[in-house]
Design a protein around this ligand. Structure first.
Ligand code: PLP
Length: 366
């Protein structure tokens, strides 16, 4: 998408002059493996519950700003109390509110790239200084020592686990160390936490670390990317701080109703998550096998996507889209991710098509 016009560049706040409208470079395709959505979709009985909830929801009244019914369900799900839960218009709004309330000019956000681009975007928009503590260039592992050192002067430290787009996790012991070192807040973004192995969530640390904030979303494992609902778990006074800066009615009645129905039916998602995890391991092995004869590298992942590196990644991505109608995400121009593509784990059939197409294109390209 185009940069801002000369006129608007002169009118916006100085730190926003370099911004461009967000463009996920989406193209309608037969197979969409580009946005880490749950390709299996809502199970039919859950969809029926969601539909019934939507039908029963009047739209002429404003929503409950804090979404208290949903908060209570989330609280009992995670073993915390209502006061620990902040519901938002997608996880993205929670990130914005967190950075708005606790960042800003004269404050530092510690970031761990390559990672989700939204953190640096929101931080710079809000005038927050961003201090990068880069991941290992080969393995993408975060450096807990450097993060703990940088955290000593930080208003916010963001630790994404599993990380997007590299798929690796930061173990809870590392998160605890950063919490202890940080006078500000530590965000553990667990948007993909459901896909990770047991014992990898930082949630159990909440009780002992009142500066820890854990982010979850209904967009990934729970099939509600289109409905827009996410939440944070945090100490009650942090939740109050967020509630003080939020847009009062940002989470609409329909989103609240859909998320509540899904939260109540959360057990129904376990088989979907299991299937995605086992497909992820199959894809990993198959792509690794391709890598014995063809120039493709893949990293292990605890999320619902895999990061791969191929020569001419942008071209490979365009060919997948134009010749096979398969959409994946191109990260090749992001720092530290040269020639990298991110592939969401799809259904078994979609993954088979992706593997066949990738093999054929890589053979032709090499
Ligand atoms: C997808 C994602 C989110 C939140 O997404 P929403 O759709 O706004 O809930 C947050 N963090 C990471 C790392 C993500 O990939």
């Amino acid at each position: 998408m185009a940069e801002l016009s000369e006129r608007v560049r002169a009118l916006v706040q100085p730190q926003m002059r370099g911004l461009e409208p967000y463009d996920p470079d989406f193209a309608p395709c037969r197979i969409n493996l580009s946005a880490n959505e749950n390709d299996l979709g809502l199970p039919a009985p859950v969809r029926a519950r969601v539909d019934a909830a939507l039908r029963a929801t009047p739209t002429n009244r404003y929503p409950d700003p804090m979404a208290n019914e949903l908060r209570d369900e989330i609280a009992s799900w995670h073993g915390v109390s209502r006061a620990n839960v902040f519901v938002s218009d997608g996880g993205d709004e929670a990130l914005f509110d967190l950075f708005l309330a606790f960042g800003g000019p004269g404050r530092t956000l510690v970031n761990c790239p390559p990672t989700f681009s939204v953190y640096a975007l929101y931080a710079s928009m809000l005038g927050t200084t961003v201090l990068d503590v880069p991941r290992d260039p080969e393995t993408f592992a975060p450096n807990a020592d450097e993060l703990a050192a940088a955290a000593a002067d930080a208003a916010i430290v963001v630790l994404t686990s599993p990380n997007n787009p590299t798929g690796d996790v930061m173990d809870p012991a590392g998160v605890a160390r950063v919490c202890e070192a940080c006078p500000g807040l530590v965000l553990a973004d667990e948007a993909y936490g459901e896909f990770a192995g047991p014992g990898l969530s930082s949630e159990p640390l909440l009780a002992a670390h009142d500066n820890l904030v854990v982010l979850h979303t209904f967009s990934k494992a729970y099939c509600l990317a289109g409905a827009r609902c996410g939440y944070l778990l945090a100490a009650p006074d942090v939740v109050d701080g967020l509630a003080a800066v939020r847009q009062p009615y940002s989470v609409g009645v329909l989103a609240q109703a859909a998320a509540l129905a899904v939260a109540r039916e959360r057990a129904a998602f376990e088989p979907l998550v299991d299937e995605i995890r086992s497909e992820r391991e199959r894809l990993l092995l198959e792509i690794r096998a391709l890598g014995r004869a063809l120039p493709v590298r893949v990293w292990p992942s605890q999320a619902n996507f895999l990061l791969v590196r191929v020569p001419n990644a942008s071209r490979v991505r365009s060919r997948l889209r134009d010749e096979r109608s398969i959409l994946v995400r191109d990260f090749s121009s992001a720092p530290g991710l040269a020639d990298c593509l991110r592939i969401t784990v799809g259904t078994r059939e979609e993954n088979d098509e992706l593997l066949g197409a990738l093999e054929a294109i890589l053979k032709e390209e090499s």
